[in-house]
Design a binder for this molecule. Structure first.
Ligand code: SF4
Length: 343
């Protein structure tokens, strides 16, 4: 299955190479495609980063297992539920439970249990984002009530992928996405824009893969080097032309007209003062993911440095987004915000 606007990599490449003077027209086209296919609603999907315990060593990630500077935490089920129950009053209809990759029988059961509790005690749609697992585990979580799953492939280039991810292969990651589709979950994935070594050809292939997998949701954000990782001090492949981050989102929208595309937090880290995510919402995005992680834990979940809103408290991000949407003339999405794909 493919998305409904499949393009050859060369066609995608031509769009990515849009000269700077013509980019405003490209952004306007992406915004129009978004409006025609997804409307003016912006769905709020509140994230709770419930655990930063991770067994992996992803080369770009601030909470990778070897980083001993990180204070590790795991929220209790009651702490998670306490936040979840407040989310509807903040206009949020989906909860996104995100953690490091801690794959054990015990942890997998715990996650299933919390999903079942959220489904029983709230009206929220549930998205999990907890890394690679077997199809059996995904099926178990689906049976507990999981609606969606987010698992970014980060780059489509197998060699680059293995340099970034010593713990798994690109094929294994893509197989996880197929397994998620098989068990009936709505599937979200995506990639980093501009990891060192990325070429425009790789970026074009990243976008094409999103289309090939007919993803329900696609999250992309600029690569930002973290000082406590092997990629410390490296430069984003587009560091001298940061408008390319927006070009990537605009082309992604044009190629994937009816996928949910979030304005990811990393854009605000690169373009502070809320500028980044506001611009992405005007260049293709239709989803916003307020951070609901309690303040006591936020500073310990830094996948990249200068993450915005670390000092805010639970619920503050949701108030901030309402102001942003007002300014942009957009509405808060109602209903669960499930996939628009007709399968
Ligand atoms: S990106 Fe995810 S799996 Fe990789 S080290 Fe960070 S938390 Fe762990």
């Amino acid at each position: 299955m493919q998305c409904n606007n499949a393009m050859e990599p060369n066609e995608i490449l031509v769009l990515l190479k849009t000269p700077p003077a013509e980019r405003p027209a490209l952004f306007a086209r992406a915004n129009k495609v978004r409006k025609e296919n997804m409307g003016d609603e912006v769905f709020l999907r509140g994230i709770i980063e419930f655990s930063n315990i991770c067994a992996n060593k992803c080369a770009y990630c601030g909470i990778r297992a070897p980083n001993t500077k990180v204070r590790r935490y795991r929220m209790s089920d009651d702490e998670i539920l306490e936040v979840a129950k407040r989310m509807p009053e903040w206009g949020q209809t989906t909860i996104v439970l995100q953690s490091g990759e801690a794959n054990s029988v015990e942890e997998n059961k715990r996650i299933g249990k919390i999903v079942a509790r959220i489904k029983k005690e709230t009206s929220l749609a549930v998205t999990l984002s907890c890394g690679n697992r077997t199809k059996d585990v995904y099926a178990y979580w689906r049976g507990c009530g999981m609606d969606r799953y987010l698992l970014r492939f980060e780059t489509s280039d197998p060699e680059l992928f293995s340099k970034l991810h010593p713990d798994c292969t690109l094929e294994e990651r893509l197989q996880c996405l197929r397994s998620l589709r098989d068990v009936g979950a709505q599937v979200g994935s995506g990639f980093m824009i501009g990891v060192p070594g990325e070429t425009l050809e790789i970026l074009a292939r990243n976008i094409q893969i999103c289309c090939e997998f007919d993803l329900d949701m696609i999250g992309i954000g600029p690569f930002i080097p973290h000082p406590d990782t092997p990629l410390a001090g490296t430069l984003n492949a587009y560091h001298d032309d940061t408008d390319m981050y927006f070009v990537a989102v605009a082309v992604l929208r044009i190629v994937n007209p009816d996928a949910h595309i979030p304005a990811t937090t990393a854009f605000d880290a690169v373009f502070p003062g809320h500028e980044g995510r506001n611009l992405v919402l005007q260049r293709g995005a239709n989803v916003f993911m307020p951070n609901n992680t309690p303040k006591a834990y936020r500073g310990d979940y830094l996948l990249y440095p200068d993450k915005p809103c670390v000092d805010e408290d639970t619920g503050d991000c949701s108030l901030c987004i309402l102001g942003r949407l007002n300014l942009l003339g957009r509405e808060v999405g109602t209903g669960p915000g499930h996939t628009r794909k007709k399968r």
